[in-house]
Design a protein. Structure first.
Length: 289
């Protein structure tokens, strides 16, 4: 088989036999160039959606935030990453992607820069939990029996779990099987080593840093602005939180981890890890293997 059988419309001159992981990586690179309309719930008719869930098809719910991500990434970064990764996983699994929840738990100073930045718009944890609960319950009522909730905003994690647990505990005759995941834990050790060659990665503070910048550079390059010199240095963390949050914007630009080494190539490696890992987890948890 050709080593770069058509990927993004370009054909390679290299001939080799590819192993399964390399085949999977090339498949992911290929489907990234294809239209994703067929996996979006909003672009299906009710009959098409009904046929999908009646056949046991998976529904993926992305959850993100509207939060500052420095001067180089847009406010919708978390939502965009979760949605685009969900579409790639859906193409792999034959799943569909529900409209993303674009508001997340309030930005915290030590994990997201805080709420003093213009545009950062958060909701309470209780509201997020009930929103997730209501959407998952409604998906189940509409026939979905296999659901993935893919979180792109670090601060959302415990409230999403709370909402999903409420949804599956309400007395469904057959409760849906729900997989709750963040993308970060699926980044493989080799890719992680490339990300962290000069530092240790702390996912709680990897905000607008090399990981998110690389992912968005690969997924939505038209939305990534140039990384400034200030974005190459991150503020020192505090070992505590203080409330109420400061009402004035901090001195830093909003990122909590350096972004200077970000690249679309690194983002592509992360995408391949996440899509492969999450699709594999879904097949195991939903009994598809």
């Amino acid at each position: 088989m050709r080593a770069d059988a058509v990927v993004g419309g370009r054909t390679s001159r290299v001939l080799t036999v590819l192993g399964p992981l390399e085949l999977k990586a090339r498949f992911i690179r290929y489907i990234m160039t294809m239209p994703q309309a067929s996996v979006r719930v909003t672009e299906l008719t009710w009959g098409e959606y009904g046929e999908h869930v009646d056949a046991g098809g998976i529904v993926i719910l992305p959850v993100g935030s509207t939060e500052q991500h420095g001067h180089h990434l847009p406010l919708a970064t978390d939502t965009l990453i979760a949605t685009r990764l969900a579409e790639l996983v859906a193409t792999d699994l034959g799943a569909v992607v529900a409209p993303a929840l674009g508001y997340g738990f309030r930005s915290q100073p030590e994990t997201g820069g805080g709420e003093a930045f213009p545009g950062s718009t958060g909701i309470s944890g209780a509201t997020l939990a009930m929103l997730v609960c209501d959407v998952v319950m409604s998906l189940a009522a509409g026939g979905a029996t296999r659901i993935i909730v893919l979180n792109g905003h670090y601060e959302n994690a415990s409230f999403i779990v709370d909402g999903v647990e409420r949804a599956v505990d309400v007395g469904h005759r057959t409760p849906p099987r729900v997989l709750v995941a963040r993308w970060a834990p699926f980044v493989g050790p080799q890719t992680l080593a490339r990300m962290s060659s000069n530092r240790n990665i702390d996912w709680s503070r990897e905000h607008a840093g090399v990981a998110e910048t690389s992912l968005l550079a690969a997924l939505c390059p038209e939305l990534v602005r140039p990384v400034t010199e200030r974005a190459r240095v991150a503020p020192a963390p505090k070992p505590y939180q203080a409330f109420p949050q400061p009402s004035t914007r901090p001195a830093h630009d909003g990122l909590l981890a350096p972004a200077g080494d970000a690249s679309a190539e690194l983002g592509q490696a992360m995408i391949e890890d996440v899509v492969t890992g999450l699709a594999r987890a879904a097949r195991v948890e939903f009994g598809m293997e």
